[in-house]
Design a protein around this ligand. Structure first.
Ligand SMILES: Nc1ncnc2c1ncn2[C@@H]1O[C@H](COP(=O)(O)OP(=O)(O)OP(=O)(O)O)[C@@H](O)[C@H]1O
Length: 229
């Protein structure tokens, strides 16, 4: 369980985020500029804010960003074209890629999880678009952190590839018992991953529900307003 009560101020933008998030997939929805990414940046330590964040009872907000049990996957998480698939994943553990034998085994396990083990010596230029995306997912997984933050990582992909990546991350989230928190502009994506949804409005988390609320099977006035119903 991830619990937080965070405050952040930037010029006129003031945010106060409070929620409890269970293991599994949660999508952050909301209009542009409402403060979805800011929450991820605070949790990941890319922005400094006030407050508390506890993971399984442990205060993680007081930790240095690199010590937090958190990995972030950004949209711009490109792979390095001059490095092999294996090396692209190894940099997730250490930029030098000088790894212990245990770490090397971790790299191989991550590649197996995204089914790239047979392509580990290839270079990104030799891969399909989907395979390249899987390299960045493997790089996030190799860090073996229990919390995965995703800032619209697949929004630039065409619909079929986007769904393929969402399915893969959903499957890995369940297998690894992760907390995955994903910013998205797409209610369809949130319905597709079928976890929980949180609505962000003017820097606040105004509603938290199952993704079913987006299909009309259950009702919530905040989500209805967001969907324009
Ligand atoms: N360090 C910062 N520098 C500039 N603007 C900031 C900063 N921190 C927060 N903001 C402002 O915070 C507000 C929320 O931005 P944020 O990116 O979190 O929204 P969002 O809901 O993710 O938007 P989008 O869906 O368009 O990506 C914006 O008005 C943004 O300009």
């Amino acid at each position: 369980m991830l619990e937080f009560n965070l405050h952040y101020q930037w010029d006129d933008f003031s945010a106060h985020y409070q929620a409890k998030i269970d293991k599994g997939f949660t999508c952050l929805l909301g209009g542009s500029g409402e403060g979805k990414s800011t929450l991820l940046y605070l949790l990941g330590g890319f922005l400094k804010g006030e407050g508390q964040a506890r993971f399984d009872g442990r205060d993680v907000f007081a930790l240095e960003p690199s010590q937090r049990p958190i990995t972030t996957l950004f949209q711009s998480d490109n792979v390095f074209p001059q490095l092999s698939v294996w090396d692209n994943v190894a940099v997730g553990i250490h930029p030098s890629r000088k790894l212990s034998s245990t770490d090397k085994a971790r790299v191989m396990q991550s590649l197996e999880k995204v089914q790239l083990d047979a392509l580990s010596m290839k270079f990104p230029g030799e891969l399909s678009g989907g395979q390249v995306q899987r390299v960045s997912i493997a790089r996030a997984l190799v860090r073996q952190q229990p919390i995965l933050l995703l800032d619209e990582p697949f929004s630039a992909l065409d619909p079929s590839l986007r769904r393929e990546m969402l399915s893969l991350v959903k499957q890995l989230t369940h297998e690894q018992r992760l907390i995955a928190l994903m910013v998205t502009h797409s209610p369809d994506d949130a319905i597709f991953v079928d976890g929980n949804v949180i609505l962000v409005d003017k820097g606040k988390l105004v509603a938290q529900d199952s993704a079913q609320v987006l299909t009309g099977r259950s009702r919530n006035v905040h989500f209805e307003r967001y969907l324009g119903l």
